[in-house]
Design a protein around this ligand. Structure first.
Ligand code: THU
Length: 136
């Protein structure tokens, strides 16, 4: 699958997931789709909670769903929002993603048709890794 086709499939999945987001407090709906090395696309959305810190981000939702399906090797993450400009994953999600895919390509798209992309290692240059634990 070409990068463009992969981006299209994951982009459609991220947009679809965004429409299921539960974000009554922030009104900031987010969808995310992870493309695994075998081509499988797994999506997630943000799920907020009346106890605000209990809410979860779309990216970590997608990651949890993918891990539960036995996937651990990821090529691409697409994030979808209705924001004016594309938004990158938050810091906590960057750290969670870096555990599995430090060189992940992250594409952020908006319903308005804007797009930006980064490499995770640029978004989080010094993640805490499994190897970091060995330094204790
Ligand atoms: N959110 C995400 O789902 N992903 C991000 O990368 C940034 C923020 C969610 C969390 C919260 O539900 C809402 O967006 C506003 O912060």
């Amino acid at each position: 699958m070409t990068r463009t086709r992969a981006t299209e499939a994951a982009g459609a999945a991220a947009m679809a997931a965004m429409r299921h987001a539960y974000a009554p407090y922030s009104r900031f709906r987010v969808g995310a789709a992870l493309q695994a090395a075998d081509g499988t696309v797994v999506s997630g959305c943000n799920v907020e909670n009346a106890a605000f810190p209990s809410g979860t981000c779309a990216e970590r939702g997608a990651l949890s769903a993918a891990i539960a399906r036995g996937l651990r090797d990821f090529d691409l993450l697409v994030v979808a929002t209705e924001a004016a400009d594309p938004t990158p994953p938050c810091g906590m999600c960057r750290q969670a993603l870096a555990e599995f895919a430090p060189a992940l390509v992250v594409v952020s798209v908006t319903t308005g048709g804007k797009e930006a992309s980064w490499v995770l290692s640029d978004l989080l240059p010094h993640p805490f890794t499994p190897a970091s634990l060995a330094h204790s």
